[in-house]
Design a protein around this ligand. Structure first.
Ligand code: MN
Length: 158
């Protein structure tokens, strides 16, 4: 009897683990690219996962990768010396240039972030977002990080 209970218990734990796995997949189903590693909290608010699949080198002078932002997660304010391209591949989010209205983003949208312009990007409050990023001309630098996007800034339309 004791052995039977033990089996039941282990069976339940296995089911819970499998269910959690399934939920996770629904929230981040862009399975072409792995999820990557948790991005550093000094540059991001909330959980963002970075997979930097194109490393910088002196032939291409490009870095590229994918970031998955959990709902509510976003970058700090920052700029790129040569600008940045964002290709939205999953979910819903925002991009905002300092002093301009927040721009809603959805799967299939493409954003050009101009050089040396202060901006942030991230998920909507209710839905996560994944984008590919491409930073060109890395010989000029890649990113200059600044302060967090406050909750007030995140919730505002401007
Ligand atoms: Mn950027």
């Amino acid at each position: 009897m004791k052995k039977k209970l033990s089996i039941l218990k282990h069976g339940s734990i296995l089911l819970i683990v499998l269910s959690l796995g399934a939920c996770n997949k629904r929230e981040n189903n862009d399975s072409i690219f792995p999820k990557g590693e948790l991005a550093p909290s000094e540059n991001f608010t909330g959980n963002a996962w970075n997979n930097p699949f194109v490393a910088n080198d002196t032939v291409y002078n490009i870095v590229a990768g994918k970031v998955y932002f959990e709902p509510g997660a976003r970058t700090n304010w920052h700029s790129h010396p040569s600008g940045q391209l964002l290709l939205i591949i999953e979910g819903e989010g925002f991009h905002q240039i300092k002093g301009e209205p927040k721009q809603a983003l959805k799967k299939g949208d493409v954003v050009k972030c101009p050089p040396n312009v202060m901006h942030w990007h991230g998920a909507s409050a209710a839905t996560g977002m994944s984008h590919i990023y491409i930073v060109p001309n890395t010989e000029k630098g890649i990113v200059n990080w600044m302060e967090q996007v406050s909750n007030q800034e995140y919730e505002s339309n401007y």
